[in-house]
Design a protein around this ligand. Structure first.
Ligand code: BTN
Length: 246
């Protein structure tokens, strides 16, 4: 269970805010960023009533069933695209440390466990006078959501039933924060890109991204997906979602 006291003990000197219920942790963190939050500050909630996903989607989990938090970061402007990359990589590493083996990233940044989505990452940047003020990195991780009978039954998964054991959300949060601290200080490194790329489950596979269809051949260091079409043309896919083929 997440409580203020347990978070205090687990997070030490890291600035944080905790809400049993909130509209979106990203919104609180974005406001905190504008007010000058320290780097690495986090906002944690047990439930969101207006949680956001990528591409304008909503993201909801019943109370007590997901780890949801947002972190305030101030990366260099040139590394803004690396923030979601880093988030997905850190989730992979944290889940691997729990014993998960079949972990991968579905481009751009959905984390998959046993071939199903276990976590999503949403980063939102704040710009001022054409300069990057900062970025909020939001993460939602399915811990014990029961997807039976829902639209997500065949596409989503939760950590606890997949691993067959109880995983405390605060313990996972602490592991994740360690990974985030590690990679944030290396956000511009080739090593971060290589570790992210190595976990991509799309390379070499047939993909459809909007009107682009072909084989996902590579990614560049900004995270752009390079798709070779049937006509042999290399198309760049910068954002969006892909459907995986064979
Ligand atoms: C996605 O899969 O499309 C991204 C989902 C991101 C959800 C997290 S939960 C914590 C943070 N607050 C939000 O409103 N969204 C992110």
């Amino acid at each position: 269970m997440i409580t203020l006291e347990r978070l205090h003990t687990a997070l030490g000197s890291r600035p944080f805010q905790y809400f049993p219920q909130v509209e979106s942790t990203n919104d609180i963190a974005l406001n905190w960023l504008r007010d000058g939050a320290a780097v690495g500050s986090i906002v944690v909630s047990d439930e969101q009533t207006r949680g956001r996903g990528r591409l304008g989607r909503s993201w909801y989990a019943p109370p007590g069933t997901a780890l949801m938090f947002s972190m305030v970061l101030y990366p260099p402007e040139t590394a803004v695209g690396r923030v979601t990359m880093m988030g997905a990589l850190c989730i992979c590493e944290a889940l691997e440390s729990l014993g998960a083996s079949d972990i991968g990233i579905k481009w751009p940044n959905d984390v998959r466990l046993n071939g199903r989505k276990v976590s999503g990452v949403l980063s939102e940047a704040v710009w001022q006078d054409n300069h990057l003020r900062g970025v909020v990195l939001g993460m939602g991780i399915n811990m014990r959501i029961d997807f039976t009978g829902t639209d997500f039954e065949s596409t989503a998964i939760s950590i606890e039933p997949a691993l067959g054991k109880t995983v405390e959300r605060i313990a996972l949060l602490v592991t994740l924060l360690n990974r985030l601290d590690h990679w944030y200080s290396r956000i511009e490194s080739d090593a971060l890109f290589a570790a992210w790329k190595q976990r991509l489950v799309v390379l070499g596979r047939e993909v459809t991204a909007g009107e682009v269809r072909g084989v996902a051949e590579d990614v560049d260091s900004h995270g752009t997906l390079l798709v070779r079409t049937e006509e042999g043309i290399l198309r760049r896919v910068v954002a969006g979602d892909i459907a995986l083929g064979e």
